[in-house]
Every structure is written in C-alpha cells, then in structure tokens.
Design a protein around this ligand. Structure first.
Ligand SMILES: N[C@@H](CCC[C@H](N)C(=O)O)C(=O)O
Length: 283
C-alpha cells in the first residue's frame, strides 16, 4: 500500500505524522522501525499516528512509536506537532484540542504566532510508578527530591526519577557539551532498576531560570530536543531547589519554555512545531 505522511519537527526532534482516520494503518514493530530508519525509510525519532477519539471528552487519540518500533506513552514535542498537523490538515477547526495518548489526556493549543502551548498534566513522582525499583537503595535527599545512586559502567551517578507519562532519569552535569551522553545514556536507558527502560536526561544549570539539556531517549538514542525530558528536568530542578519556574530549556535543536507551579499541578510546555514536507511511501 501507499502511505501518505507528513514530516515535521519540534526543536529538531523529528517526526513522521500519519493520518489513520483516512488511511488503514496497522503495522508491525518492524514496519514502524523501517519507516523511521534514516537509511532504509523516511527517517524520524518518533512516528505519530492520528486516530479518531474513543471517548466523547477528547478530540483525537494518538499513538506514538519510537524509532526502534516500540510504542510509548507520551511525547512532548510530538504533541505540538500533532496539533499543528490536525489544524493544517483540516481535521478540526479548533486550535485548542484534547488528545488521548496511551495513558493520559493532554491539551495542546496552537497560538496565533505558530508556537504551541501544551498542558502536559502533573508529573508522577512516586518512584514505583515511574517505574523505578528503589528497594534496598539509599536515596540522597536534596530539597524536596530524592537522588538515587545508579552504577553505570565504572561510574556512579545520582538521578532524579520523574514520569511525565513516560519515564525519565535526570542527572545534573557541569557542562552538557562534555557530558558522557552517548556513553552512559544507553547504560542508564537499560539499567535494571528501570523495568520499562528510561529516557536519560543530562541537565546543566545555567541560572535559576535557564538550563541546557541533552536527552538520550529510550528507543531512539540522543535527540536534538525532548519535550517530556524538558518537563522532567525542570520538575527535578525545581524539586531539588536549583530552579524557579518558568525555565528556558536550551536543547541542541531549539528552545522550550517550561512552567510548573509545584506538586499536583500540570507542567506547561511552550515551543515550536514545524512542517518540513509531505510524502508518500510504499509499505
Ligand atoms: N521525544 C519525545 C519523547 C518520545 C518518547 C521517548 N523516547 C520514550 O520512549 O519515552 C518528547 O519530546 O517528549
């Protein structure tokens, strides 16, 4: 079959976006991975698939696949691309929509200047729910957070664990440019204390309202930006007493603004969403 798609990105985190309302889309994990492959397919960090809603209180449902073909719970940058896609394709005349993802409902709004603000929901901070297996480990309290020691290769790192629907382990580093993201990122991703694997964030504090961030993503490797990773890093930084909301997050592919008023409150993310090209591929 011929599949129509749109190539998009959010701060350099790139996506294949597919309308599954007007096309039959039911692919295997290997087929998703092939589409995302940068040599044998279209190439993308994630694939976003737009479906009809299953409940009356949401406008759409969307499914998210990493470039390794695994299906995941949430994608922050993807949610901004998602609302731009459904508006540009005329799938809705609303600019503020509610979207059902695998585990949560999020609410992106396309602003007049083309930026998108998303209510990403409240972070989950209970380690077992991230999921992170903390049993028998001695956490180090810092501010309102607990830092967990992880042995990765020959080093020990201290991480905050946060779920934004998907799992994140965030560590503070002195300089993101020299941080061992490509060496320890995969070790954190596959650390046995994270039964569902994890996204590994490396955060450099520039000042109380500004961080630099690199994320080695679960199932995709290092990306140029990670929306949920930005939310998780800012939540961790605020809980540790290192940051104050709002925070400018500088990633290699662009910038996001993240605001969080504290436990139980939603994390608000603002950033760009860009359409790159339209295409069709035989699958
Ligand atoms: N790039 C995303 C996160 C995509 C999912 C992640 N790799 C995972 O497996 O949880 C974002 O912008 O949030």
């Amino acid at each position: 079959m011929k599949l129509k798609f749109t190539k998009m990105h959010g701060a350099g985190n790139d996506f294949i976006v597919i309308d599954a309302i007007h096309q039959d889309v039911d692919f295997t994990r290997a087929q998703w991975a092939r589409l995302a492959d940068r040599r044998f397919g279209i190439g993308a960090d994630q694939i976003l698939v737009v479906h009809k809603p299953e409940a009356a209180d949401v406008d759409f449902r969307y499914r998210i696949y990493n470039s390794d073909g695994s299906e995941v719970e949430q994608c922050g940058n993807g949610s901004r691309a998602f609302v731009k896609f459904v508006v540009e394709k005329g799938l809705t005349d609303k600019r503020s929509i509610r979207v059902q993802t695998m585990k949560a409902i999020i609410a992106p709004r396309l602003e007049d200047d083309g930026m998108v603000t998303v209510d990403m929901g409240a972070p989950v901070l209970e380690p077992a729910q991230v999921p992170f297996q903390a049993d028998g480990l001695h956490g180090v309290p810092e501010g309102h957070d607990v830092l967990w020691p992880l042995d990765v290769g020959t080093s020990r790192v201290l991480v905050s664990v946060v779920s934004m629907g998907n799992p994140h382990a965030v560590q503070v580093v002195a300089d993101v440019d020299t941080a061992p993201v490509l060496d320890t990122g995969p070790l954190v991703e596959h650390h046995p204390r994270f039964p569902a694997r994890v996204n590994a964030g490396f955060m450099q504090i520039v000042d109380r309202h500004h961080i630099r961030l690199r994320v080695y993503e679960r199932g995709a490797g290092e990306t140029l930006a990670c929306g949920t990773g930005s939310c998780a890093a800012v939540v961790a930084g605020i809980r540790r007493g290192l940051l104050d909301s709002p925070v400018r997050v500088e990633a290699r592919g662009g910038e996001l603004s993240i605001a969080w008023a504290g436990p139980g409150q939603p994390v608000m993310m603002t950033g760009p969403a860009v359409t790159v090209f339209e295409g069709e591929i035989e699958i």
